[in-house]
Design a protein around this ligand. Structure first.
Ligand code: SF4
Length: 236
């Protein structure tokens, strides 16, 4: 399958927010019951587009919006604990103007960095199916094609890592040897360097599997590699 291209991010996002390709996810996103703490708030309940600086050199790929995070606020990694954890780290590493990500109007600006999700609708139990990954891959492909200066991709979790590896396959790139492991970094000839990090989901951050220091460490390494104009020297 040839990766899909869109004329502009506006054209891509118009398709994203109107997308109904995955019946299970459409049902779920539209029927999530608001939490008591968000009672009275109008949930977004649509696919959640990526957000940030498409002219940036770093692309961060998460898994999918959370039912009461992006599916509520309409912005990726916004209004939930994963978003707070990630954005605090992006701020520490110099990719965000503030350590807070609570709502679309909160003033957050990413610089040199674009953030998206492999699957753009909230799935039940945070688990998209292989078909749903495949359906949504056209949008990830489209976002990547709209980043002319892309030099580094950070995959958050094994599933996001797999989604990006799928993108490389669609581009005809051999992916043998690309294995998810926290802290791994790969040079991919002719393509952005690929970095891997555990996903900042509560099951990882509440148990110490992923600490703020670990995520900041990965982001600072990327920042350093970008600044030096270097790429990871080897698979690790
Ligand atoms: S997950 Fe992606 S492909 Fe599926 S309905 Fe949502 S936006 Fe469309």
């Amino acid at each position: 399958m040839t990766p899909r291209r869109f004329a502009s991010i506006g054209a891509l996002n118009s398709r994203v927010v109107a997308c109904r390709l995955c019946p299970r996810l459409v049902r779920y996103r539209e029927s999530v019951k608001p939490r008591a703490s968000f009672a009275g708030e109008e949930y977004w309940r649509r696919p959640v587009p990526g957000f940030g600086d498409l002219g940036g050199r770093l692309l961060v790929i998460g898994l999918s919006p959370a039912a009461h995070g992006g599916n509520r606020t309409g912005r990726v990694f916004t209004g939930d604990s994963s978003g707070r954890f990630l954005v605090r780290a992006l701020y520490s590493a110099g990719f965000a103007n503030q350590p807070v990500s609570e709502s679309r109007g909160d003033g957050l600006v990413y610089s040199d960095c674009y953030v998206t999700a492999a699957v753009k609708c909230a799935p039940p139990s945070d688990r998209p199916t292989p078909t749903e990954f495949a359906n949504c891959s056209q949008y990830l492909d489209g976002e990547i094609a709209l980043m002319p200066d892309l030099e580094a991709v950070l995959a958050l979790g094994a599933l996001a890592f797999g989604a990006y590896v799928g993108h490389l396959r669609r581009r005809g790139i051999g992916v043998r040897g690309l294995k998810f492991a926290h802290g791994a970094a790969y040079r991919v000839s002719g393509f952005p360097a690929l970095y891997a990090c555990y996903h900042p989901s509560p099951r990882n951050t509440n148990t110490g599997v992923l600490t703020q220091g670990m995520l900041v460490g990965v982001l600072r390494r990327i920042r350093s590699d970008l600044g030096a104009g270097t790429r990871p020297s080897k698979h690790n």
